[in-house]
Design a binder for this molecule. Structure first.
Ligand code: ZN
Length: 231
């Protein structure tokens, strides 16, 4: 068994596993902006609020205009010269006075409605600006992530090319064994140095090291199960 070749393959396989994990971390961060749905909900609610406020302004305006017309009508009757009856004139004067008294609170109500509408429109415009700037920031971050994803994918692909070259040099039998071991754990082959298994740092029994050095058949570490390679 070509343990040296398999160990080279294993090194690249481990590096590719790491590169794939890094790629996945980047992919997990690429998404549509999560804040956009709630923000658009708020913008919609604010637009409804502004529409209600505009409607309230129109209503308040109409009330003021009606009151002003009533004052004009009373005023015209009073000073038309057609009414000469003293009592009727007095009544009209009282009526005009009462109508004029009612006007300022109505004008105030219209001003308040206009102010509320202005605030509602400003809040809407502020939310729109927030949405635009948040999207700009998000796009910049996402573009950076997409560049990183392309780089990470390129690293994975480069390892895959190296793996292909290494696998071409190995026998089908060795590769079948290697693949079977590797499904269970990332490390398949461990180097023995100074009688210690490189996979688990266990000091191996002399008989195991001797058998592994002979190399007539593969020897597993009794602790971690790696195929032992004595250099
Ligand atoms: Zn071991």
């Amino acid at each position: 068994m070509d343990l040296e070749g398999l160990q080279q393959l294993q090194e690249i396989d481990i590096q590719r596993d790491q590169a794939k994990r890094e790629l996945q971390v980047i992919i997990d961060q690429i998404s549509d902006p999560p804040f956009i749905a709630p923000l658009e909900g708020e913008i919609q609610a604010q637009e409804n609020e502004a529409r209600r406020a505009d409607h309230a302004v129109r209503e308040a305006r109409a009330i003021v205009q009606t009151a002003q017309r009533r004052i004009e009508v009373t005023d015209q009757r009073l000073y038309s010269g057609s009414i000469t009856d003293h009592r009727t004139l007095e009544e009209l004067q009282r009526e005009l006075y009462g109508q004029r008294q009612q006007l300022p609170p109505l004008v105030d109500a219209e001003s308040r409605a206009r102010y509320d509408a202005e605030l509602a429109h400003e809040a809407g415009a502020w939310l729109q600006r927030l949405r635009t700037s948040a999207l700009d920031i998000w796009d910049v971050q996402q573009s950076a992530l997409k560049r990183k994803r392309a780089e990470a994918q390129e690293r994975v692909d480069e390892f895959s090319r190296q793996i292909e070259i290494l696998r071409d040099r190995l026998s089908q039998e060795d590769l079948a064994t290697y693949d079977q071991y590797r499904r269970r754990r990332p490390q398949v082959v461990a180097t023995v140095a100074g009688g210690v298994c490189g996979g688990c740092r266990l000091t191996l029994p002399t008989i195991v090291v001797t058998r592994a050095r002979r190399g007539t058949r593969t020897v597993e570490c009794p602790s971690c199960g790696c195929l032992l390679r004595v250099t």
